[in-house]
Design a protein around this ligand. Sequence first.
Ligand code: 0X9
Ligand code: CA
Ligand code: ZN
Ligand code: CA
Length: 540
Amino acid sequence: MSEDSGVMQRVLLASVLAVLVAAPFGAGSARAADFPASHAGYHTDAELAVELDAIAAAHPDIVQLFAIGKSYQGRPLRAAKVSDNVAEDEPEPEVLIDGLHHGNEHLSLEMTLAALRFLAGDYGSDATVTRLVDTREIWIVFAVNPDGAAYDLLGQKGFRDWRKNRQPNSGTTAVGTDLNRNYGYRWGCCGGSSGSPSARTYRGRRPFSAPETAALRDFVDSRVIGGRQQIRAAISYHTFGRQVLWPYGYTRTDRPADMTADDQRAFVAIGRAMASRNGYRPMQSSDLYITDGDEGDWLYGTHRIFAFTIELAARTASGDDPPDEAIGPETKRNRTALLHLIDRAGCPWAAIGREIANCGAFYDDLEARTGWTVDPDGSDTATAGRWARGDAAQTRYGGVGIQPGTAPSGRRVLATGLAAGATARSYDLDGGVTTVLSPPIDLPAGTGQLLTLRWSFAHGADATADDYLRVTVEGETGSAVALEAVGAASLRGAAWHTLGFALDEFAGQRIRIRIQAADAGRRSLVEAQLDDIRVTRPTS
Ligand code: 0X9
Ligand code: CA
Ligand code: ZN
Ligand code: CA
C-alpha cells in the first residue's frame, strides 16, 4: 500500500480502519535524523513505524493501526485502536491518548508507545488490562507533530528545541504553529498564546489552521455517533513538570459557566486520583499558566470529554529530554494513572459518587451533546421561537423573568425563543406548536426507572388554555404524558421546577421523550425551558 492511498483523511468507522505500513516520505519533507547517543532509546518516526507494525502483527485481535491524517510535510499521523473485537465499532466507552504535540517533547511519544506496549503485551495476563481492553475502545495518536520532532533532531550539537509544527507562515520566514494553541475553543481569547508567527506559542492564522490539529479535530468529531460523543476521557502527554492538569487553561476561574459543577468536581477527583498513582502534582491547567486554544480546553469545551494534560518528567538542566534511561521509569510510574483514567471512562462521575444520577440509561445536561431533533415529523406550526439548545438568557416582561437567565447546570438549556431581548414579545414562541424529540433511550428491564428533568414555563396575562408545555414518553406499547403545564390569563414568571415521572410501564422498552410547547389560539407571550434530562433509578 502506498502512503498516499493508505492514509485516510478521516476515520469514520472502525470497520474501515486502514492498516498503515511504513513508507518513505514524499517530496518536501525533512530528511530523517537520529537521536544523539545518550538518547538512542528514543524513537524516530521511522523507528516508531517499525515498532508499531511489530506490535500490531503480534496482537492482531486487539490492535489495529491507522492514521488520522497527515502532517504538513506528509507524514502519517500514526494511530492505533486497542480493544477486543478491534475491527468492530462496539458500544464501549472510548478513551483518547495522544503525545508529541510539541516537537521537542520526545518523551511524550515514548509514553504513548509504552501505553500501547503494556495494553497489548499484558492483555490476557494482567487482569486489569484485560478487563479494560475488553470493555473500552482505546485510541492512541502517537505523535501529533512528527514534523516538529524530526526537525528537532536536526541540530548540529543535539536537539534544536523545536516546539511548533513545520508549516510556513505567509508573509514571513518564521515557520510553525504551536499546535497546542491552535484548537478552536476560545482560540486566542485570553492572552494565552501569541499572534506573532515568530513566537514559540504562535496560535496560527485561525483555529485548526494546522493540518495536524485539523486531523485530530476530524477524528474526534468522527466519534460522535447517534449524536453522542463516544470518547469520554483523554490524556495528552507533554513534558516537563510532573503535573496532572485539567481544564480550563483559558481562565483561572475554577468553574466558569462553560463547566458544570458535577464535571468540575469529577475533574478534580479523577486528577487527584491519577496524581496519587504517578506521584505528580494535580492542578487546573491555568494554575500553571494561562493557555488558550489548547487541546484539553477544546476536548472538554466542545465535546465534554474529560481531558487531562500530563506533563511528564522533571525539567532537565539543558531543557532537552532526559537521557533514555529515564524512559522506562517515567513511563512505568504512569501506568496505573493511565489505567485509572481508562477505567473511569466507564462513568467519570463515579469519582464523585454520581454514578446513579449521571450514568443511568440517559443523562443530558444540554451543555454539548446533540441527538435531539427539532420538528421530527415536519408537522410543527410555530412560526418563531422553536426549540433550540443554547445559553440561558434572561428576558424580562411586566416585572418578571419570562426566560430565567440561569441554567440549573452549566450555562445551556433547551429553550423556546432562545434569543433574548428587552422586547420580550418579539423574542418568544409564536404561531403554534414546536416539538423536540430525544434520541432513543433503552430502558433496563425491571421497575424503578424514573424520568427526571428541570423545567420552566412562563407566559403573559394574554395567555390561554391553548398554550402549553408538554412532555410525553413514547414507548413501544404506547405513550404517557409525564408533564403538562397549561397557560392561563395571568402573568406567570419563569421558575425552575423538577419533574419526576415513573417509567415502570415502559420497563425494558426503547423509549423517546417528546417535548412540545405551544403558543396556540390567540397569540400570547409564551416561553419554556428544560435542562438536566435524566432517565435513571432514583438516587437514595
Ligand atoms: O503550554 C503547553 O502547551 C503545555 N505545557 S508545555 O510545557 N508542554 O508546552 C501545557 C498545556 C496545558 N495547559 C495549561 N497549562 N494552561
Ligand atoms: Ca471492543
Ligand atoms: Zn508540550
Ligand atoms: Ca445545562
